[in-house]
Design a protein around this ligand. Structure first.
Ligand code: RB5
Length: 148
């Protein structure tokens, strides 16, 4: 599977560990930055990952900032992106099964490496259930004004 990964400085170390695990699992990863611990702005990486996931159907995204909050808010501004900020394996699994999430988001200062790897593996190992959830997913894209 093709995975686009991005983080700010707050998620840099955890992103490195998760990319290593993704390679071990045989996934193809494109690291869109940041590439150091120097302070940077999380929206830059949220937008880069979101744009790539939208342009590459079937791919998934991985985003990490310090809390996971800012980078998930920014990613979810993109139509077609369903970025799920997860803190446990069950959330990661449900985000795929019920919400067809296409970006997994974590807080690098919130979760430890072992939990992060568990979430990543559950996210990648779970398929969207479809059925009753299809209509709900479609409604996410409709704004208050009724526009797509
Ligand atoms: C950076 O210090 C921090 O604000 C950022 O990583 C993130 O937690 C924002 O939501």
């Amino acid at each position: 599977m093709k995975i686009y990964a991005g983080s700010d400085h707050g998620g840099f170390e955890l992103k490195k560990s998760l990319i290593k695990r993704l390679h071990e699992l045989g996934h193809q990863v494109e690291d869109l930055g940041t590439h150091s611990l120097a302070s940077c702005d999380y929206p830059d990486y949220a937008h880069a990952v979101a744009a790539n996931v939208i342009a590459d159907p079937g791919s998934l995204g991985l985003l990490i900032c310090g809390s996971g909050i800012g980078i998930s808010i920014a990613a979810n501004r993109h139509h077609g992106i369903r970025a799920a900020l997860c803190r446990c394996g069950l959330e990661a699994e449900l985000s795929r099964r019920h919400n067809d999430a296409n970006v997994l988001v974590m807080g690098g200062r919130i979760v430890g490496e072992a939990l992060a790897i568990d979430m990543l593996e559950k996210f990648l190992g779970t398929d969207f259930e479809g059925g009753r959830h299809n209509n709900r997913i479609a409604k996410i894209e409709i704004t208050q004004e009724g526009q797509q």
